[in-house]
Design a protein. Structure first.
Lengths: 355, 281
């Protein structure tokens, strides 16, 4: 009796795992594509349109940080075909052999409409330019409230000024925070020099008493509600905030230099629907689709066709949506720094937070 | 263990099987995974490296802060709940029930929502400061401080203190208290010599039920502390997501589990004490 029961339990366990496998097999027979992207990062109507036009069923899963996406790809637990990570994460995926080169022959829209400048910028993290089609981009800058800040905001050092005590919001992200003191000290943001990084850490610890909070998404609400005078934020988010509160303004690139971030489409090494993946990426570059996505998202797009189409309706915010070349030219993008430095960054950030 | 488990199941009933399966799959197995991850390196060899990392000053500081704030919240919850339960005991009629329900009300709402509401209340231009400035009083700085986190914890976890405490206090036999009064004990002496000792099991289990979630929370500290005040829960969350260092995250969880096991042992100890006392005629 005992053994029978034990076997029953065992059988049940097997069933549980077995079901999973069956489901996947079934899906493989269909015309599907597994996409893993940022939350709410494309216009849902465009997804439907893609399904209608191609007959490919898209399964879309979403993540909220690059870091939460990475383990699921690295562990190979889920079989995603297309991802949309940020620069340094693409670098890390390439470094760990988790992506496959794209076949640009199958991406005519991407070749025609994506600005050559951004393919070039991608080479910071995708050295051979084989893996990435840029989708969105922006800079890390300072959004500020003109009622509370009456001096020009053109340098990162304003975030260290005593008179803004408790009025500053920083990004809750090691990379974006450490980048700022590094730029103030005139270092590269991809520096591997431990002394530089420790000096940056000490500056951040010194700044902490002035900081109101370390946030990510809450920055938008807080700045619109005028809870703080200055916040470190991304250009796409700044556009949203300025539309929400006209007292706000944005500095794209403080004079010490800043980070240009790029999120791009890539195909995983283990993708089982490579053909569909290319169709999807190219569809995303088609002018009408890219324009719809831009309207939905508000992040700058490297797609030249979109810029022409929406420039008029944006009016004075056009420059916010499409920063001119002199702003992004010559700026650095993040690179994957290797496991050791990843750990150092985590540690530095921990030390800042518990100080 | 397997034999004992299935033996017990056979002698009792099949009804326990779903839970046994549940417990094995979702409680015991994950715990084993945490221990495994915390005690091995990437290649699966045994190591104490991650546990010793936890002893670094940054982690100890966060642990100390978490323990302090959790203890403080537990104490405040106890101070708030004890008089309430005494009053409720005196009058068991309908009004008492209403008050009791009011105290349990936070449980009816999603704790994320209530915490976000507290954020709005304590913000710089939040409700408290709006009232204060309307009354021409100086504004208070609450949000993003440890005080704000304690307020959030007390609000969220108070029901867990009230429930066991109420059960234990309302079970005290009225005649014992009457006897104490007859023998000349005043209110304070009755409280100290009779009510407190008899309600000790309730105090201990209520404290455990507040202390453990308060020690491990990361939502409350993230929202009300503005990520400026880092608790162990936040570090563990970071290790598993942003830092992708599951080994260290597991090691930290193991250290937390030691706290929790100590707490449960304390509870078990007082519980068995009570049963012994009850057994006497």
């Amino acid at each position: 009796m005992k053994t029978i029961r034990f076997l029953l339990v065992l059988l049940l366990c097997l069933c549980l795992t077995g079901c999973d496998m069956l489901e996947e097999d079934e899906a493989e027979g269909q015309n599907v594509l597994y996409v893993y992207s940022w939350g709410d990062y494309l216009d849902g109507d465009m997804l439907e349109k893609f399904e209608e036009e191609t007959g490919i069923h898209v399964v879309l899963d979403e993540y909220d940080t690059n870091e939460s996406m990475y383990p699921r790809i690295a562990e190979g637990a889920e079989a995603y075909d297309v991802l949309c990570p940020s620069d340094y994460m693409i670098n890390k995926l390439i470094h760990n052999d988790l992506l496959q080169p794209l076949d640009f022959e199958k991406l005519p829209y991407a070749r025609q409409y994506i600005d050559e400048d951004f393919f070039r910028q991608c080479k910071t993290f995708d050295r051979e330019g084989k893996y990435t089609v840029p989708y969105c981009w922006g800079t890390v800058g300072i959004v500020y409230n003109t009622r509370l800040v009456d001096e020009p905001v053109d340098s990162w050092t304003i975030l260290w000024e005593e008179k803004y005590r408790d009025n500053i919001i920083m990004q809750d992200s090691a990379r974006d925070s450490v980048m700022i003191p590094l730029k103030i000290m005139g270092k590269f943001m991809n520096t591997t020099d431990e002394q530089d990084l420790l000096a940056a850490r000490d500056m951040l610890i010194g700044q902490k008493p002035l900081v109101q909070a370390y946030c990510v998404d809450e920055i938008k609400d807080k700045m619109i509600a005028e809870e703080a005078a200055l916040a470190v934020t991304f250009s796409g988010e700044a556009l949203y905030m300025i539309e929400g509160n006209e007292n706000l303004a944005f500095q794209f690139a403080p004079r010490e230099g800043t980070n240009v971030w790029i999120d791009g489409w890539v195909i995983t090494k283990n993708a089982r629907h490579v053909e569909n993946a290319h169709k999807f990426i190219d569809f995303m570059c088609r002018p009408d689709v890219a324009t719809a996505n831009f309207r939905h998202l508000g992040y700058s797009t490297p797609n030249t066709a979109v810029r022409e189409q929406v420039a008029e309706e944006l009016g004075e915010n056009a420059e916010l949506a499409f920063p001119p070349k002199e702003i992004y030219e010559g700026q650095e993008s993040y690179r994957y720094l290797g496991e050791e430095l990843d750990k150092l960054y985590t540690k530095i950030w921990l030390q800042v937070k518990v100080s | 263990m397997n034999e004992r488990l299935s033996g017990r199941l056979a002698s009792h009933s099949f009804l326990a099987l779903p839970f046994a399966l549940w417990a094995a799959l979702f409680i015991v197995l994950p715990l084993f995974f945490v221990l495994w991850t915390g005690l091995t390196d990437g290649a699966g060899h045994f190591t104490l490296e991650h546990l010793s990392t936890v002893l670094q000053i940054e982690y100890l500081r966060a642990l100390g802060l978490s323990a302090t704030l959790a203890l403080l919240s537990t104490f405040i919850c106890l101070v708030l709940a004890y008089p309430l339960c005494l009053i409720l005991r005196e009058r068991k009629e309908r009004r008492g029930l209403l008050v009791f329900m009011l105290f349990l009300l936070p449980l009816w709402m999603n704790s994320l929502l209530t915490t976000m509401a507290w954020q709005t209340i304590m913000e710089k231009h939040g409700i408290i400061n709006m009232l204060l400035s309307a009354l021409e009083l100086p504004e208070v700085h609450l949000i993003n401080t440890p005080a704000a986190i304690v307020i959030g914890m007390v609000y969220n976890f108070l029901p867990y203190m009230v429930l066991p405490l109420y059960v234990s206090i309302s079970r005290i036999d009225e005649s014992i208290i009457e006897a104490a009064r007859d023998l000349g004990a005043n209110h304070f002496q009755t409280l100290r010599r009779v009510l407190l000792p008899l309600s000790l099991p309730g105090i201990v289990s209520g404290s455990t039920m507040v202390f453990i979630p308060a020690l491990t929370t990361f939502v409350i500290s993230a929202l009300l502390g503005g990520n400026k005040v880092l608790l162990v829960g936040n570090i563990i969350e970071q290790e598993f997501t942003a830092a992708y260092d599951w080994q260290l995250g597991s090691a930290l969880s193991m250290v937390l589990m030691v706290f929790i096991i100590l707490n449960i042992l304390l509870e078990a100890f007082t519980d068995s004490g009570e049963q012994g006392r009850k057994g006497r005629p």
